[in-house]
Ligand binder design. Sequence first.
Ligand SMILES: Cc1ncc(COP(=O)(O)O)c(C=O)c1O
Length: 403
Amino acid sequence: MINSRQLFLLNTAQTSNFPRLIEISRSKGVYLYDPKGKRYIDLVSGFAVSNIGHRHPSVLKAIRNQLKRYLHVTVYGEFVLSPQVELAHQLVNILPDKLNSVYFVNSGAEATEGAMKLAKRYTGRKQIIAADKAYHGSTQGALSLIGNPSYHQAYAPLLPSIDFITFNQLADLEKISTETAAVILESVQGEAGIRVPSKAYMQAVRKRCDETGTLLILDEIQTGFGRTGQLFAFEHYGIVPDIILLAKGMGGGMPIGAFIANRNVMSVFKENPMLGHITTFGGHPVSCAAALANLQVILDEKLVQQVAGKEKLFRKHLNHPSIREIRGIGLMLAIQLDSFEQVEQVSKYCAEEGVMIDWFMHCDSALRLAPPLIISTRQIVSACRVIVKAINKFQPASLPHKH
Ligand SMILES: Cc1ncc(COP(=O)(O)O)c(C=O)c1O
């Protein structure tokens, strides 16, 4: 009889030739379980989503309460829906004053798309500048911003008037001019294998954008909701973006995203033409209810304040001569190894030993660490023990190299 793995390979579109093929039957807190009851500690958080862990009781309660009221009722932006209104109000409360208008969408890529359109409409300019090794989503517009030439070649033609700067390089900021509608940057680059820019660089980007009347879009889709040890990573740099992009960790495991700007900027969607950006499901009431509970948990359980200490623990316990570097900030870390083969073998072994770990789109020689922020000391220590054991087992010299 055909099993569910075979059906997965047959009928579910595949995105690589080496999917993990681990079947999940249940999740709770920092753990995932397979149908045989095998437990995995999740050090990836569904790719920076489950910041408060899987199926947090407060999120489940908020979802159940909303299920009793209504699901989808109309396209985004028409009716007054209390989960949206309350979530927008909470987000505006925790963000700097100028970010006071929230446009809800379903995903990160959609947040990027909306922000690109907004910047072009508001400034009347065409050029958008992104960074090398950037990732802002996989739709055509967002993909046009990807800082990886192989994707440009594969999907050309992508959007015109997109230019690139080198991330964290001051000299390149000269490319930002009065022709530039927006500069879009990840506050910490994720898929690049975690690259943290300097405070001086981010302040210089802000300054250059101010000088040229360019909007600064900060993508906090991976960094948001506490992952880097601040609620939003821009807080590390003492700057405020003109548009912030949110998704992933926003919904407590439910799909939701947002781009947030000043009311004055956002108002351009209302006229000439009206309905400048629309979405049917954006800000789904159940997702908004879950996101509101998610945010409350992050604030009530003081999760952000615990992140720096947990980062230190990971750094202390990930000790092995073949780790070249541990890059990153907070619970957004990359363990730099030697090759893709080593990363693959180490992560496969870790999965066998019940530790879920992954790698990065533009950096396949590093392991991705993005555990739920609720992870405990004991869980960090035991997961690190497995990772170190795996790295010890698969040393670079014994490995065939990819290229
Ligand atoms: C920084 C960043 N921006 C945007 C996206 C796209 O988000 P989504 O997959 O929800 O479209 C991602 C997803 O990995 C991301 O890491």
